[in-house]
Design a binder for this molecule. Structure first.
Ligand code: 3H9
Length: 692
């Protein structure tokens, strides 16, 4: 056995050399890994006692890709291609042995072996698209040569991995083995004994010859909606087109050119930043490392409405039994019915099996008695957003729940400290703000009260991960991070529709920026009459005049837009626009044409300003946490990095200058410039890197 570098060693198993990579946590292709693979291949090739070589990894996974932390720095030799060439051109059979995930550069390395074996749980993918990139180590040319064009298109534009069975079926691996190392060595010996050829994927052309160009056109059309605004999916497609139309080396040149373009652009910087931001958000700096994580084996959810039902599904999805309590039989039946039809719809689309539907429904027990929460380890309240109601609910939970249970509120804005004050155990109370639909949206704002105990925080963050959410820990203030910033956008949008902009113009600008929809389309979707009462409505706000004129949003086909009853297509409503202009005129607001640029600035800059205030008040731990909230909770386009990263890209001096200008010309507390923003702008600092 010999240590080749700090992370790679060479072992001998009889006549088979085993190159072992050990670079925790995910065996990324740091320069010493590349060096080790290159040296291992070279030495084994030169050793007359060696007949074949196995490349294998220690730890939880095969190589999970290039070392992203090295991106942006000066390239360190050797290149990945040098290591790959050493494998591919090795005169002895090279077998890659895969467990865990062979991702990105990891799969690209494996595809340079002559053969691949894997254990049954291994997964294979080229997720570079999620980092705003394309596989830049030959993956764009090799994958389609193995899988064929349609599968390569799907894998590379989605970034989603495939399992070992599928990899075997499409020829990406040659065998599934149970004992990975033993199986790989035995496979290598068989290759030698049977005199099998040294297969090079680069030499294959069978699956990329004669591909109908229409395949690409159809595929582009099929992903247009979900990839709107992103550069990387199109660049990946162009590389696969090159694989189907050019010799290998020319295709490689196209790959290199397009990889370089993406790497130097802002989208990939934003998406790489986001990759680490999401992982950072899970870390709570002031929690001692040894803070226990409590067991959560049974959960209670109060309220079987849209939110409560969605929340219950999250737990059932990962096998945690849920007691779902409602006030009356009809509401409970309705809630359970919605859950069942959600599951059935997913099953009909092939997302889960019909057995899964039965299992998951079996994990959700409906009840009309809150006393059934007595055994729960965690109860999530999802009742109407009203402080008195929430306090009475928590007072009751305090008497019902066992000591040590976590009492969580799904409030989207209210003061968690005040809610906790209704109990004798404020240390057990925490906010868990799910986003709608709660079974789909990834974000979970975890709201820490003044008294919330460390183990309640650590457990809630861990449970969030267990139910596949992206948790971000925030502090108490009205609306927390997300809704507090959203309110700033709304103030300015509502002012602009009285000054002469239309809801459709504002929505278009926000949509073109990359959001899935603008504020008025979003209001129509949510329903305009949430919290509106006819008896007390006095025609004094935009929402009141909209509701008073019978507009409820999508649900009755009339909101800021009119909706086609069949297709649900939205059309701007001239009556609404006139109504808003009249309302503005009654208030003495001068009308003028508002440019798209002004719409964008007045919608987004107050949010940036508020984000800076949130950081000053330590409501968010880091600027990057705010970006994680906005990308996952509100659809802020990830390729701009989120509001904090985006503001830094625009330039804080520019943003701060505009905010000061709008403050002077428009007034309003939300335009009061954040001193932090002004300071960072003056010092040349960044919001996305700021820690509070
Ligand atoms: C590429 O390969 C380009 C090539 O085509 C061309 C080159 C020329 N680098 O996610 P986790 C860290 S692009 C550096 O919590 P899990 C991560 O930050 C790459 N660090 O674990 C975290 O650190 P910390 C293509 C990395 O078990 C720790 O590892 N590959 C990298 O939930 C644990 O990560 C990808 O995009 C990396 N490549 O999931 C794969 N990957 O503990 C990216 C992870 O300090 N990685 N770290 O917070 C993943 O998808 C997941 O990490 C993985 C494990 C599924 C592997």
């Amino acid at each position: 056995m010999a240590d080749l570098t700090e992370s790679v060693k060479l072992e001998l198993d009889g006549d088979v050399a085993v190159v072992v990579v050990d670079n925790p946590p995910v065996n990324a292709l740091s320069h010493h890994v590349r060096q080790g693979i290159l040296d291992g291949m070279t030495q084994a090739a030169a050793d007359p006692a060696v007949t074949a070589i196995v490349l294998i990894c220690e730890g939880r996974t095969f190589i999970a890709g290039a070392d992203i932390t090295e991106f942006g720095g000066a390239p360190k030799p050797p290149s990945l291609q040098a290591a790959q060439d050493a494998m591919e051109s090795c005169p002895k059979p090279v077998v890659a042995a895969v467990h865990g995930t062979a991702l990105g550069g990891g799969l690209e390395v494996a595809m340079c072996a002559h053969y691949r074996v894997a254990d049954a749980r291994a997964r294979f993918g080229l997720p570079e698209v999620k980092l705003g990139l394309l596989p830049g180590a030959g993956g764009t040319q090799r994958l389609p040569r193995v899988t064929g064009v349609p599968k390569a298109l799907e894998m590379m534009t989605s970034g989603e991995p495939i399992g070992a069975d599928e990899a075997l079926e499409c020829g990406l691996i040659d065998e599934i083995v149970t004992d990975l190392r033993g199986g790989a060595v035995a496979f290598a010996r068989r290759v030698v004994a049977e005199g099998r050829p040294l297969l090079k994927i680069r030499d294959r052309a069978d699956k990329v010859t004669g591909v109908d160009p229409q395949v690409f056109a159809d595929f582009r059309a099929s992903i247009a909606r979900r990839t709107r605004g992103f550069l990387a999916p199109e660049y990946n497609i162009r590389c696969i087109e090159a694989a189907a139309t050019k010799p290998f080396d020319e295709g490689l040149a196209v790959e290199r050119q397009l990889f370089g373009e993406l790497m130097s652009g802002t989208q990939s910087k934003a998406q790489q930043y986001y990759f680490f931001a999401e992982r950072e958000a899970a870390k709570v700096p002031d929690l001692p490392k040894d803070t226990p994580v409590l067991a959560v084996n049974r959960v209670g959810v109060l309220g079987a409405g849209t939110m409560g039902g969605g929340i219950a599904m999250n737990f059932a999805n990962v096998g945690i039994p849920v007691t779902l309590v409602e006030r009356d039989e009809a509401a409970l039946e309705r809630g359970l019915g919605v859950i069942r039809s959600n599951y059935e719809r997913t099953a009909a689309r092939g997302g889960i099996s019909s057995d899964d539907v039965v299992t998951r429904m079996g994990l959700i027990t409906g009840s009309l008695d809150q006393g059934d929460f007595a055994e729960a380890d965690m109860v999530v309240e999802a009742v109407f957003e009203d402080m008195e109601l929430k306090k009475s609910v928590f007072a009751a939970l305090d008497t019902i729940c066992r000591p040590g249970a976590i009492l969580a509120s799904n409030t989207s804005a209210l003061n968690v400290n005040e809610i906790a004050s209704a109990t004798s155990r404020p240390e057990a109370v925490i906010g868990t703000h799910f986003f709608s639909p709660a079974n789909v949206m990834k974000l979970l704002e975890v709201v820490r009260g003044d008294a919330t105990a460390p183990e309640v925080i650590s457990t809630t963050m861990a449970v969030a991960k267990q139910i596949a959410k992206i948790p971000v820990l925030v502090g108490v203030c009205h609306g927390f991070v997300g809704n507090r910033m959203l309110a700033m956008r709304r103030i300015e949008a509502d002012k602009m529709v009285l000054e002469g902009a239309t809801p459709a113009q504002i929505d278009r600008v926000i949509f073109d920026f990359g959001f899935p929809m603008g504020p008025y389309a979003m209001s129509d979707l949510a329903g305009l009459d949430i919290g509106w009462k006819a008896e007390t409505s006095s025609g004094s706000t935009i929402r009141e005049i909209m509701c008073e004129s019978g507009r409820r949003g999508q649900k009755n086909g009339r909101g800021y837009y009119t909706y086609d009853p069949e297709t649900r297509a939205a059309t701007p409503d001239p009556e609404v626009e006139q109504m808003l202009r009249d309302f503005g005129a009654r208030q003495g607001v001068a009308q003028r044409e508002i440019s798209d640029q002004e719409v964008l600035e007045r919608c987004l800059y107050p949010m940036v300003n508020e984000g800076a205030k949130i950081l000053t008040e330590r409501i968010a731990i880091r600027g990057s946490d705010i970006d994680v909230v906005w990308i996952n909770g509100y659809g802020w386009p990830v390729y701009t990095g989120g509001p904090m990263f985006w503001a830094d890209t625009v330039g804080l001096a520019e943003v701060a200058g505009k905010i000061a200008g709008y403050h002077d010309s428009l007034g309003g507390e939300h335009w009061n410039p954040s001193p932090l923003l002004a300071r960072l702008a003056a010092e040349g600092g960044g919001l996305h890197t700021h820690r509070s």
